[in-house]
Design a protein around this ligand. Structure first.
Ligand code: ADP
Ligand code: MG
Length: 698
């Protein structure tokens, strides 16, 4: 049945059957994912130029932007200094206006702008020995048809790739509109179109490609943006619905002895926020439904201990727990930080990361499968197929935004509807968190553990290096300690490591000769690292040169200075995380960013931001602004569909509306069976046929 329908709908025919597209253009269009005829409607202009009024050359004024139509009466190609060519065409229109059109380079124009050719040009009018336009947009006008298409209106300019040219694309799309727009089916229910005052899809597509006014374009775009966000939210609404009706078999015992044992061993009291979150998690466990919760809290707010306590509740009830972090270092920190304490209260735990020896790995796989291991700390290594659990009850993921939806789904699939907790130090602007995590409940830790001091942050350069070393020496005399961080970038790991090692040697031999300098990097064995950390804790080492190893987890109250070398190579949230390693005791702490003189404007922005604020939320927003949501969240990884028309940040208001409508639809008609939602159901299925398999797990 499906097939017959496809055959009947001409929009599903290959695009090569559209007038103006042959096999050659079919290949070109494919680069934009234009495969079927219907796809061309959604190839949206990247800009429009208003050629609705064609001016007479006589009448245009200097400084104005205008469109003119005329005939080339002469052409000159000149060579300027530095081998740069300049092309000049003299254009004449009726009754007798003259203007120079000039281009630098582009020698091929000589062949194009021959005497007698009619062209239309748009650009700003300037003056040099007469009226001129420099680098105007222009098009050659051959006949009435091309005059209609390319002039005398608001003309669309489409994205092109190599081998394509504007006029042909314009022609192809225009043919598509004329011949097939009528076949395009509505994809939003009538009532939504009415309530939101949206354009029907046909009208929107028409106006996007053949606008009469700029307002047309605005309305048309709004419709496309709304629709895109509506279907994104619909996906989330469905996921959430599914979660709400799912049950879990992970039953919780109410005693909580393990938790008590553990809390007794903590050298501090839990903050109120930590207690609040633990209660929220416990309530989830008791609800009979799988927990699906995100825990947000700034760096150092104490999320780890919350995750551990949540784990203990689950373990006491006879299930296993997996805690996954994005890097080996982070994972190791977790393990080194609490592993021993947990063992002392009878919780068997282990570390599974890529660098664990194969023999050891096999042992771990076995004990996970037979249930001997209660708690496993791990990286992506946990996701591998060989990893099987006896009865996985809780999955916790740290620093969530570095993992994709697929990855978390894969880990969750290793248990029978286990509970799920994600932790992130990145406060996410509300509109975004709604979209990206619309299916999660959220807990927030606002309160920092007591006694945290502000950190003085200074961004400086080479010229202050000696002064800085003097300063550090002075602090060391008072018993304070210092971290010096070197960036280690994956691509240039070897060289970076060499730089860090050289720096370490230099400092040891020339600068801090009697203070005790240590080196810590990711390539060291776990035991070696432990040894170095121990020496730092016992103050045999006062200056710790480190690669980004200490980005997380280490907690030394006497460490008051953090020097970051090449801070321009770190991201904002990374810098913020690292800085969080000092300021943990009662003394004033410092973070010094030591950058070279020549850095990019973007890096400059980053360092200025870090210098001026300690507020994790502001930093995250800036990070988002500088990098854009795609990179910031790795939206691709999230398994979210790519957004073609909408921008999650600037279209926040439309997003909100689309979300409300999508949730309304799903609340009233969870399976999209009602007639008025038929089009939604169909569109949803074509759009997410593959991706929605995820929804079954999540
Ligand atoms: P993050 O939220 O960044 O993961 P951590 O869990 O690493 O933070 O906690 C930061 C530090 O604060 C840890 O060394 C931890 O021992 C300590 N900590 C956590 N909770 C408290 C508390 N309630 N009081 C004092 N220190 C705490
Ligand atoms: Mg943490």
């Amino acid at each position: 049945m499906e097939d017959r329908k496809e055959a009947k709908n001409p929009l599903k025919n290959p695009v090569k059957y559209l007038k103006g597209v042959g096999p050659h253009w079919e290949k070109l269009l494919k680069k934009f994912n234009i495969i079927q005829i219907g796809d061309i409607f959604f190839h949206i202009p990247r800009l429009y130029i208003d050629r609705s009024t064609i001016s007479k050359i006589e009448n245009i004024k200097i400084g104005e932007t205008a469109t003119i139509l005329g005939e080339v009466i002469s052409f000159e190609s000149r060579r300027l200094r530095k081998r740069m060519g300049m092309q000049t065409a003299l254009l004449k229109d009726e009754p007798g206006g003259l203007i120079f059109l000039k281009w630098f380079k582009q020698p091929y124009l000589k062949k194009v702008l021959k005497k007698g050719v009619k062209i239309m040009a748009s650009g700003e009018v300037t003056f040099y020995k007469g009226k001129q336009m420099v680098h105007p947009d222009f098009e050659i006008i051959t006949d009435e048809e091309s005059k209609r298409l390319h002039t005398g209106r608001i003309v669309p300019f489409y994205p092109l790739t190599e081998g394509m040219f504007q006029k042909r694309v314009r022609k192809i799309i225009d043919n598509g509109i004329t011949l097939y727009l009528d076949c395009l089916e509505e994809t939003l229910p009538d009532w939504i179109i009415k309530e939101e005052k949206l354009l029907p899809i046909k009208e929107a597509i028409y106006k996007i490609h053949r606008p009469m006014t700029f307002n047309d374009i605005k309305h048309a775009k709004k419709r496309l943006i709304f629709e895109e966000l509506f279907y994104l939210e619909l996906l989330l609404a469905l996921r959430r619905k599914r979660l709400k009706i799912r049950k879990t078999n992970v039953q919780i015992k109410k005693e909580g002895k393990l938790v008590c044992d553990f809390i007794k061993l903590l050298p501090y009291d839990l903050t109120n926020d930590q207690k609040k979150v633990i209660k929220e998690i416990r309530d989830d466990f008791l609800s009979g439904k799988p927990m699906h919760r995100m825990l947000q809290g700034d760096v150092g707010s104490g999320k780890t201990v919350v995750a551990i306590i949540a784990s203990l509740i689950i373990i006491e009830s006879g299930y296993q727990v997996a805690i996954m972090a994005p890097t080996e270092i982070l994972t190791e920190q977790h393990y080194l930080g609490v592993g021993k304490t947990l063992k002392s209260i009878g919780v068997n735990n282990a570390l599974l990361i890529g660098s664990v020896k194969p023999r050891e790995k096999k042992k771990i796989y076995k004990s996970l499968e037979n249930g001997e291991i209660d708690l496993i700390f791990g990286t992506h290594a946990l996701i591998e197929d060989v990893v099987r659990f006896k009865n996985l009850g809780l999955v916790t993921v740290d620093e969530q935004h570095r993992f994709g939806v697929l990855q978390r789904a894969k880990l969750l699939a290793k248990g029978e509807t286990p509970h799920f907790l994600v932790m992130t130090a990145t406060p996410i602007p509300r509109t975004l968190s709604m979209t990206l995590y619309g299916d999660l409940d959220v807990s927030v830790i606002n309160e920092m553990p007591p006694g945290r001091k502000d950190i003085i942050t200074r961004w400086t350069g080479e010229k202050n290096r000696t002064k800085l070393y003097d300063f550090i020496r002075k602090k060391i005399k008072k018993g304070e300690q210092c971290y010096i961080i070197y960036p280690l970038v994956e691509e240039s790991e070897k060289m970076d490591l060499k730089a860090a090692t050289e720096m370490y040697n230099y400092l040891k031999e020339n600068v801090f000769t009697s203070e005790g300098v240590g080196l810590l990097h990711g390539r060291m064995k776990t035991e070696e690292k432990e040894e170095i950390m121990k020496a730092f804790r016992e103050k045999e080492i006062m200056v710790l040169v480190s690669t980004t190893v200490i980005e997380v987890g280490i907690d030394m109250p006497e460490a008051t200075i953090m020097v970051i070398e090449h801070p321009e190579r770190f991201g904002l949230s990374q810098l913020h995380q690292m800085r969080g390693r000092v300021g943990r005791g009662d003394k004033k702490s410092y973070c010094i960013l030591l950058s070279p003189g020549h850095i990019s404007d973007e890096a400059r922005e980053r360092l200025k931001t870090i210098e001026s604020t300690m507020n994790g939320f502001k930093i995250a927003e800036k990070d988002l602004q500088l990098r854009g949501p795609g990179e910031f969240f790795g939206t691709k990884q999230h398994g979210l569909p790519d957004l073609r028309f909408a921008d999650l940040i600037s279209d926040g208001i439309i997003l909100q509306k689309a979300r409300t409508k999508a949730f309304e639809v799903i609340d009233n008609d969870p399976q999209l069976l009602q007639l008025e939602n038929k089009c939604v159901r169909e569109r949803y299925i074509t759009k997410y046929r593959e991706k929605d398999k995820l929804g079954d797990v999540l």
